[in-house]
Write a protein that binds this ligand. Sequence first.
Ligand SMILES: Nc1ncnc2c1ncn2[C@@H]1O[C@H](COP(=O)(O)OP(=O)(O)OP(=O)(O)O)[C@@H](O)[C@H]1O
Ligand SMILES: [Mg+2]
Length: 219
Amino acid sequence: MARQAVPALNKVSLEIPAGTMTALVGPSGSGKSTLLHLIAGLESVDSGELDVLGRSVHTCGQRELAALRLREIGFVYQDFSLLTDLTLAENARLPLEGAGMARKQAHEAACAAMARVGLAGLEERFPAEVSGGQQQRASIARAIVGERKLVLADEPTGSLDSRTGAEIMDILGGLRNDGVTVVLSTHNTANLAYADQIAELRDGALVSVSARTGSGVSG
Ligand SMILES: Nc1ncnc2c1ncn2[C@@H]1O[C@H](COP(=O)(O)OP(=O)(O)OP(=O)(O)O)[C@@H](O)[C@H]1O
Ligand SMILES: [Mg+2]
């Protein structure tokens, strides 16, 4: 019997306005991570069109995609994905060093990003020396370092208790309020209160998009 390719994503048409937070929801295997990877250029588009930050990713070459990813997009993972042998500041400056920035300048940008996520003073700590919430803050610092404007977060609160998860969502919401575009996947309904739009996937298809009003405003 011939094996048939089953697309991981199909019929997904979604516009994500700059400076907003979009939450991707849906059951396990529905395609949330796949969609984030496509936006990040970590997986390539087989068919259809995808524009990210004004560029047509579906026609981009690998080099251009890699440059886009390195310079303009930050990715936050559920398990933080910090390098354990590097300090938090060294982790946070990695994307800039990878893009060719001088170490001193990259370090200054990393410290600024760390201050922005409430980690001032912990620059020289190693991941194992801080809490899970602090590790996730460091991974967000790495995602925004150098003033990047698009943060993709795959289950950013999935490994955290609810209180720490809410702190991480407060940070992501604050970044959004500062003009950063945030796209996250989540199984946690408490996180949806932060989102401007909620996109629901099922079996690789987009089944609904709902806009929330008044999000991000807390009294
Ligand atoms: N590298 C891959 N090669 C082939 N199929 C894959 C690959 N990665 C994911 N898939 C398939 O694509 C579909 C979507 O998977 P994806 O990981 O995007 O789901 P998800 O919504 O993120 O799930 P979860 O909530 O468990 O993280 C699934 O059917 C999965 O088996
Ligand atoms: Mg996933």
